[in-house]
Design a protein around this ligand. Sequence first.
Ligand code: SF4
Length: 478
Amino acid sequence: MNGKSAFQERVGKALEDDFLRRSVRETQDRLRGGRVAAAADWGDWEALRTRGEAIRRHTVEHLDVYLDRFATRVEEAGGHIFFADTAEDARRYILQLAVAKGVSSVVKSKSMVSEEIGLNHALEAEGVEVTETDLGEFIIQLAGETPSHIIAPAIHKNRKQVAELFSREAGRTLSDATEALTAYARRRLREKFLRADMGITGCNFGVAESGSVVLVSNEGNARLTSSLPRIHVVVMGMERLVPRWKDLDVLLTLLTRSATGQKITSYVTAITGPRRSGDADGPEELHIVVVDNGRSALLGTKYQHVLHCIRCGACLNVCPVYRHIGGHAYGSVYSGPIGAVLTPLLNGLEKYGELPYASSLCGACTEACPVRIPLHELLLELRRDQVEEGLSPRVEQMAFRGFAWMAEDPKRFFAAAKLGQWLTRPLADEAGRLKKGMGPLSPWTESRDFPRPASQAFRDWWRREGRREGGTDDGSTR
Ligand code: SF4
């Protein structure tokens, strides 16, 4: 045991991975640059953000109404709807459906909520073959890993690593040329699409007025997943609704420009009900699983804002912490600023209490968020809750209690300052900087210097110099 938590271990490992850090940096810069250019191209981006925020706020404030309307329209269009209170309920429904319908092969398009509920493992444990069909997800599935970015799940893998994974899958050595790798993935995935009994997708937005599910993708895999197999299952977070099509227009514009800098993605698919007579394609059955899994507990609380998220990933692309540690260090399905807020809320501060501290509180995430979620303020709230619930480390609680005792009395404060000067004198170099601190200071000085407390307190200086200038002891001027 080296005294480090699992989170600290993961962070340390990520910081030593040069490829990961370069790759995350390049992806962040490309996506952030795209977003900034796309926002400028739009014109009055701030006005659009205001409209997006208002739509999300209204929808979440009236979520019961819109969920009810959505469910009614889905059933009118011939679909089935299931409200899952927990991840387990959602998994059970989909598993029972798969067993009842004799499903042996499933294709999936990218869905963070299906990662959240651990769907793949549950299906595989029942002997169902599951194939991820988004290229990035296909890569990490072969690697046995989880996504490291909401919209670019395999940014931590280079071409050579992908070639090794694909070669292992193919049983022969493949070239690491990008064209060869994508051609292999396309061939392999086509076979899976044609054999699959069930297609599982996420849901970027559900439109309440028509009961439609809207999917946004760049690879066309979501369209094949939802139309080729005989059963289509949609797994959606309960907050992913918009009231009307004209609201979707605003949010789609914000989503694609914020996510990838595109005016619109290559494919935007809207699905209303299963195949009707006369339709050329489409599934025989459509099942929509609406997942709560802790979301409804946030309604009416100071954290309700987090339900406004449209999963664009823009906050990850500006976060200085994510830039250095990547997604896996967070140890959760959702990473970056949104993950640091959402994960403790859905899974408990007891287990994920370190995540709200994975932030410099610079506010760049809040600034980038297209629907203006005050992410850095929510992180602060979580830190506050942690202290109030007594979940912060005992040493930290004692340290702050000691600091409060010292700081509330000027005599004690100045005595402590003098003691600090005296204690740190032998440790400082000529420039007055501590290169190797002790105790709680040592993690700080592992990566940067710590300035030694000034040899003269400001108040002492003021007493001497300020008086000459006509000041008073308390710092005021006469
Ligand atoms: S919190 Fe905002 S910026 Fe981050 S993923 Fe959600 S919508 Fe995008």
